[in-house]
Design a protein around this ligand. Structure first.
Ligand SMILES: NC(=O)c1ccc[n+]([C@@H]2O[C@H](COP(=O)([O-])OP(=O)(O)OC[C@H]3O[C@@H](n4cnc5c(N)ncnc54)[C@H](O)[C@@H]3O)[C@@H](O)[C@H]2O)c1
Length: 283
């Protein structure tokens, strides 16, 4: 996809962080943007700000873990703007707990948003894009934690490895059909967003009622504080949007935002090839 003017973008997780930055960049490119997010107040606020700045935007409150809601998002997009050219499956949440201490509610909530959200987006929008027969692009947000792992975020790691696997498979399937749709996977490291407050959008049905709070060791507390600092010092969402737009126009699949992560990916692959046990990437 090379021409963006007057084309239509759908962005999930658009009320904050990377999604909002990408929506702003789409507007700068002259696109109409459907803003989808579960956090209604933040979504309406974002829509007001972007339209006051001259953007053509349509906010649609959407829980991406709900297939009917994603279906309704697609219908609203087509009814309002007549088509869809860019889909950014980006909404995501995280939580910190060991694999065995993560509750089933943790697994259901995080898998629902991060993995099923992307599954629903692809299943729903690909048929519309095929029918249009114009250049289209899908970008799925994974993470560097979709390519290497980090202790304490196992549920998140699983979802993001899943998003990379889904996206690679989709890439091969679309290429085999000579499709009008291209696909990329976004694997950022640290970006300055509200991701560490993801619990703000956790539905009641997935709360850990009465669950024991894990007691952190001083080392774990220190690691958590350093991670929060790295996020605060991270790239801006608009810088990430630059990486994404470059990948779309150059038809690149993997979008890495930090060169240092290439070393971690290499070590991860070398370990597998050389029969070594996993080494820890300093995420
Ligand atoms: N910030 C980082 O350093 C970083 C690094 C790697 C990957 N990511 C990924 O980037 C994506 C965007 O996160 P962010 O960092 O911008 O965080 P953010 O919290 O600022 O934005 C995430 C948005 O997703 C929305 N959301 C949450 N649950 C939803 C649901 N069920 N349906 C629809 N929307 C929902 C939130 O309301 C929020 O607006 C996520 O997939 C995250 O995993 C972030």
């Amino acid at each position: 996809m090379k021409n963006f003017k007057d084309k239509v973008a759908v962005v999930t997780g658009a009320a904050s962080g990377i999604g909002r930055g990408f929506a702003e960049r789409c507007i700068q490119e002259g696109m109409k943007v459907v803003l989808a997010d579960v956090e209604e107040r933040a979504l309406m606020h974002t829509a007001e700000e972007l339209s006051a700045a001259g953007g053509i935007v349509l906010p649609v409150v959407t829980d991406v873990s709900n297939p009917e809601a994603v279906d309704a998002l697609a219908k609203k997009t087509i009814d309002s703007y007549g088509g869809v050219h860019l889909l950014f499956n980006n909404a995501g949440v995280g939580g910190a707990s060991s694999i065995w201490e993560s509750t089933l509610a943790d697994w259901d909530w995080i898998l629902g948003v991060n993995l099923y959200g992307v599954i629903h987006g692809v299943r729903t929008f690909v048929p519309y894009m095929h029918a249009q027969d114009e250049p289209c692009h899908i970008i799925n947000t994974a993470s560097i934690l979709g390519l290497v792992t980090m202790p304490g975020s196992g549920v998140y790691n699983v979802t993001k490895f899943g998003v990379v696997a889904l996206s690679e498979t989709l890439f091969h399937e679309l290429a085999a059909q000579n499709s009008n749709i291209n696909v990329s996977v976004l694997c950022p490291a640290w970006v300055n967003t509200n991701i560490l407050e993801a619990g703000r959008n956790r539905p009641d049905e997935f709360q850990n009622v009465g669950a024991k709070q894990p007691v952190l060791t001083p080392e774990e507390e220190q690691a958590g504080a350093e991670f929060a600092q790295a996020i605060a010092n991270g790239l801006s969402p608009l810088e990430v949007a630059d990486h994404i737009f470059r990948a779309i126009t150059e038809e690149k699949f993997y979008i890495l935002t930090h060169d240092i992560t290439k070393q971690w990916i290499k070590e991860h692959t070398d370990n597998i090839l050389q029969g070594e046990n996993p080494t820890l990437a300093p995420v």
